[in-house]
Design a protein around this ligand. Structure first.
Ligand code: SF4
Ligand code: SF4
Length: 189
């Protein structure tokens, strides 16, 4: 998902560079600049942080990216079973795993219940501390974050696990004879 958004953002930026001087611009209902091409079609371009008008808030131009997921640190997976649990989480969908500064995180994509249709917070005065401490200075508006590792699917994670973990030891059957006293056979009447 993040990669798709990155592609869209990059494309918007390049379109803006190509078209910015060729046509007029007008503000659309969301406050996001819109370029009109001869009345035939219009392209909505993303507001660049550096172009933000004085006194305006970047969040007004955002689709509330930071309100559509939550993430928390998890123990570094070391064993096959650790990865197997992570794989199980991810098989449910809308779950990602990333690593930043050597810390592993589970990321759950889910919109906050208080996100309004206009992408603003419905409980702004009473929002949780973590929302209060978040800043546009280092947020995901530009989608330019690069993780040390990022697994979007369970398959990616499992492929990584199989490559990193030592091969499983094949099950060995004993060739020693088994004492009769330890064998329990069914009694046939
Ligand atoms: S803090 Fe950043 S990501 Fe969150 S809504 Fe504002 S601009 Fe968007
Ligand atoms: S409480 Fe408000 S700021 Fe926090 S995640 Fe929900 S909508 Fe976003």
């Amino acid at each position: 998902m993040k990669r798709v958004e990155q592609l869209v953002a990059r494309r918007s930026t390049s379109l803006r560079a190509l078209l910015g001087n060729l046509s007029g611009q007008s503000g659309c209902a969301t406050g996001i600049p819109e370029i009109r091409l001869g009345g035939q079609m219009s392209i909505t371009v993303k507001m660049r942080k550096e172009d933000l008008p004085a006194g305006e808030v970047l969040c007004s131009y955002c689709t509330a990216k930071c309100c559509r997921y939550f993430a928390f640190p998890i123990d570094t997976p070391k064993k096959r079973q650790d990865f197997s649990y992570l794989r199980w989480f991810m098989l449910h969908g809308r779950v990602g795993v990333f690593v930043e500064d050597a810390v592993w995180y589970l990321m759950v994509f889910a919109d906050c219940n208080h996100l309004r249709p206009d992408n603003l917070c419905g409980i702004y005065e009473d929002r949780p501390d973590i929302c209060r401490s978040y800043s546009t200075d280092n947020c995901e508006y530009d989608d330019d974050a690069v993780y040390e590792k990022y697994f979007e699917t369970a398959e990616q994670l499992w492929e990584y696990a199989l490559a990193m973990l030592p091969p499983e030891k094949p099950h060995r059957f004993s060739t020693r004879p088994v004492a009769v006293s330890t064998v329990s056979l069914p009694v046939i009447a």
